[in-house]
Design a protein around this ligand. Structure first.
Ligand code: IPE
Ligand code: IPE
Ligand code: MG
Length: 238
């Protein structure tokens, strides 16, 4: 049944922030400018999610496959990430945001990895919203890492194959303490998941908008949430 009066806000919104490059290209600017503007949108939308009562927000910031982009572009993105990691603590603390990172940390420079760990520790006790940033993240890689851990446990005789179930497998993923996303939003018009949270999205609602990430606004987010609140989720039942 749809409900137009009281809006159901997703507990967990996952976003694929896509279209920075095309935003810049359209304006005859270097791609780096699109990333810079996109980083501003990150702050604006994170703030908006807090205001709208979303408890978990996961942002796809950099994929495992994005390492294959030209070195200058990777450098630009890592530079923006450094700025982001340094500048935001005050507002993050004031808003009760707990920060988490998912992805292959060993791929990142040690100063970045260190700063990430520090942010996680400093915000660990916050409980208004969890901001999960997928960085150097690939879902297939995450699933393989989980399979390896489980295989090693079985080989060591700590578990038997029958012990492997959905809960146990989920507990081996980076997202072990985060509920599955209710809604996935991708900007820029692409309608694909690009190695994002493949296991976790089993029953997520999908939403695609042609808006490029740097142009995405709180007003559009609210429209997306209205659409979501009118959907019927059935989880395979009648
Ligand atoms: C998203 O924008 C940012 C990252 C993937 C890091 P893109 O850089 O993919 O922008 P488009 O898709 O080329 O427009
Ligand atoms: C997905 O976007 C990754 C991020 C938004 C960080 P891409 O632009 O890398 O994905 P494809 O190449 O269009 O599938
Ligand atoms: Mg893209």
């Amino acid at each position: 049944m749809t409900n137009v009066t009281t809006k159901t806000v997703p507990a967990h919104l996952a976003i694929i922030m896509d279209g920075n490059g095309r935003w810049a290209q359209k304006r005859g600017l270097p791609r780096a400018m699109g990333h810079k503007k996109g980083a501003e949108t990150v702050k604006e939308i994170t703030r908006a999610c807090g205001e709208l009562g979303i408890k978990y927000l996961t942002l796809y910031a950099f994929s495992t496959e994005n390492w294959q982009r030209p070195p200058e572009e990777v450098d630009t993105l890592m530079g923006l990430l450094r700025d982001y990691l340094k500048s935001d603590l005050k507002e993050i603390q004031e808003n009760g945001v707990r920060i988490r990172f998912i992805g292959e940390r060993y791929m990142l420079d040690s100063d970045i990895a260190g700063q990430m760990e520090k942010l996680e520790q400093e915000t660990a006790a916050n409980n208004k919203m969890t901001l999960c940033i997928a960085l150097s993240y690939g879902s297939r890689q995450e699933i393989i890492a989980a399979a390896r851990k489980i295989a090693a446990m079985a080989k060591a005789g700590q578990i038997s194959p029958e012990d492997i179930d959905i809960k146990m497998f989920s507990d081996m993923l980076y997202t072990r303490d985060i509920p599955d996303p209710d809604l996935v939003l991708r900007t820029s018009g692409e309608q694909r998941v690009s190695n994002y949270l493949l296991w976790q999205l089993a029953y997520a609602e999908l939403f695609f908008t042609p808006t490029l990430w740097p142009d995405f606004t709180k007003a559009e987010l609210e429209a997306v949430l209205t659409d979501y609140s009118n959907r019927e989720r059935r989880y395979g039942k009648v």
